[in-house]
Design a protein around this ligand. Sequence first.
Ligand SMILES: Nc1nc2c(c(=O)[nH]1)N[C@H]1C(S)=C(S)[C@@H](COP(=O)(O)O)O[C@H]1N2
Ligand SMILES: [Mo]
Length: 201
Amino acid sequence: MAVISRGFRSRRPPVDPSRVPPGQYVTNDFPVLSAGPTPHTPLDKWTFTIRGTVGAPKSWTWEELAQLPHEDVTVDIHCVTKWTKLDTMWSGVAIDTLLSGIDIGKSRYVTAFCDGGYTTNVPLADLTNGQAWIAVGYDGAPLHPEHGGPARLLVPHLYFWKSAKWVRGLELREHDVPGFWEVNGYHDYGDPWKEQRYQGD
Ligand SMILES: Nc1nc2c(c(=O)[nH]1)N[C@H]1C(S)=C(S)[C@@H](COP(=O)(O)O)O[C@H]1N2
Ligand SMILES: [Mo]
């Protein structure tokens, strides 16, 4: 038994410390962190909407979203509770793709809204230029409901609470409005490399 577990461990590549933000540890698990129960919206009732300070709001059904070009991305994710998971593999639609053809007007901030009522705020500039996706797949399979399936926001360069699970849309805004955890003391922006965990960090 000891030989087998040693063999397993040695197959993992050594961690490059420059990929681990300050105060984080690397885990191979994928913990589930949800502030409430997992919602289960039937796919034929599901839509994704971009609304707010836009020329005209736009919605996609699940089937319409599935028609859009998908990207496979491999990224590191960092939770404020201090775990970091390297090389996570997702499939999803880039926010750039969803925003193309939308008049964003004076929009500078976004509130992601979700089934279950969770919200989180992100500057619009952090969701564009290949930095964020609506993820529908994880590790070659449909995204598991506990991890936000059918669809979640994926913003890997910010702490993972910004990656809203069960996301149903983006509300674009001219001014910043703090979301669920941001109202409850988490940092407004949440850069893991600057350890922006809580308000005042
Ligand atoms: N809708 C929703 N999204 C959410 C949360 C939540 O409670 N509800 N928790 C956030 C937090 S604090 C974290 S760390 C990650 C956890 O994602 P995971 O459960 O897939 O690891 O989801 C984020 N997105
Ligand atoms: Mo979190």
